[in-house]
Design a binder for this molecule. Structure first.
Ligand code: PRP
Length: 200
């Protein structure tokens, strides 16, 4: 963790969940405006740290799409973008075995790599991805996540840039899914337990 850039701690808001999502989503955890404010802060810090470096952003599919788009357009330095596909196939709410579905297209040798992902949960994904990328000889390798669930960590993993530290709730929206749904919500919300305990 970057000691100069601690995460914002959040808890549920009393904002009303918009009608189309209210059947499945219990509460708004992070409203759209707060997401944008924090992403602006992250972008300013990353711009200060990476300006003048030969940088490759490596984004992990698919949950990072909204965060990546909003972060990237605020990064004020020349950079390259590549994607890795990595998914944790497990049952229900538990993460299972990691499967790589897309490999890098660009060379990262001698370049400064920033891995961007939506959420750090057990840490299994970022541990595996960073170990794999480190073998390719980057000049430096750091990580950035929008959300961190510290209570869920299994084993050690230190992330460099974090948007928000969140409680151990099942969150969806702003790119995050359950069963590939809810990624389009413009806010981060808490899923109602009936959705994942009794999936249709
Ligand atoms: C999610 C999320 C992270 C990972 C975090 O990916 O996008 O990459 O889980 O969990 P971990 O810290 O326990 O490894 P998922 O496999 O659900 O794929 P997705 O991004 O396509 O939703």
């Amino acid at each position: 963790m970057n000691a100069n850039f601690p995460p914002i701690l959040v808890s549920q808001t009393d904002l009303t969940v918009p009608a189309p999502h209210a059947a499945d989503v219990d509460a708004v955890l992070i409203p759209a405006e707060q997401l944008q404010d924090r992403i602006g802060q992250l972008a300013r810090q990353i711009t200060a740290d990476y300006a003048g470096r030969d940088t490759v952003i490596v984004a992990l599919l698919s949950g990072t799409v909204m965060f990546l788009a909003d972060l990237m357009r605020r990064l004020e330095f020349p950079m390259r973008l590549d994607f890795m596909g990595v998914s944790s196939y497990g049952s229900g709410t538990e993460s299972g075995q990691l499967v790589y579905t897309k490999e890098l297209k660009l060379s990262i040798r001698g370049r400064h790599v920033l891995v961007v992902d939506d959420i750090l949960d057990t840490g299994k994904t970022l541990r595996s991805v960073t170990a794999k990328l480190a073998e390719l000889g980057p000049a430096s390798l750091k990580t950035c996540v929008l959300l961190d669930k510290p209570e869920r960590r299994s084993g050690q993993f230190e992330v460099d840039y974090v948007g928000f530290a969140i409680p151990n709730l099942f969150v969806v929206g702003y790119g995050l899914d359950f069963d590939e749904r809810y990624r389009n919500l413009p806010f981060v919300g808490v899923l109602k337990p009936h959705v994942y305990s009794d999936p249709a």
